[in-house]
Design a protein. Structure first.
Length: 146
């Protein structure tokens, strides 16, 4: 476990435990997925890289809340504020990844990446899923015509 992961772990666990206790796993998953997309944007990455400056944690929080405000519950906003107060927003992407690992483990799901030269039909996807014999397998298809 690297330093970022070990520092992000308690935040991911707190988010997961809260979402599970409140029966909001899917809602938190959607919100955190959105946040991961936001923090992967070039302008946001620039701010993250400058987080040594005292005020930049608040700048990052403001960017995130401005971008996503209407799609985030008050609980998620409070979670972000706690991360910002503790100067941990730099770890948001890692925290989100850990949350999704916990969610997948809890739901007993796994993602399977299928490379195919042509798009698959629904019945082909169903056959693949049945062959894997796992009721909670999600299939991700990536076209690779080479």
């Amino acid at each position: 476990m690297n330093d970022f992961t070990s520092i992000a772990q308690p935040y991911a666990k707190a988010a997961f435990d809260f979402a599970l206790d409140e029966a909001l796993l899917d809602e938190w998953g959607q919100a955190l997925g959105l946040l991961k997309m936001v923090v992967s944007q070039p302008a946001v990455i620039e701010v993250i890289e400058d987080l040594e400056e005292e005020s930049s944690e608040q700048v990052l929080l403001d960017m995130i809340l401005t971008s996503c405000d209407e799609w985030l519950s008050q609980y998620v906003k409070n979670f972000l504020r706690v991360m910002a107060e503790n100067k941990r927003l730099k770890l948001l992407a890692t925290t989100v990844e850990l949350f999704f690992e916990m969610k997948a483990e809890y739901e007993k799901t796994m993602d399977v990446l299928v490379y195919t030269a042509e798009p698959l039909e629904q019945d082909q996807l169903a056959n693949i899923k049945n062959a894997l014999e796992a009721p909670c397998v999600r299939i991700v298809v990536a076209l690779n015509p080479q």
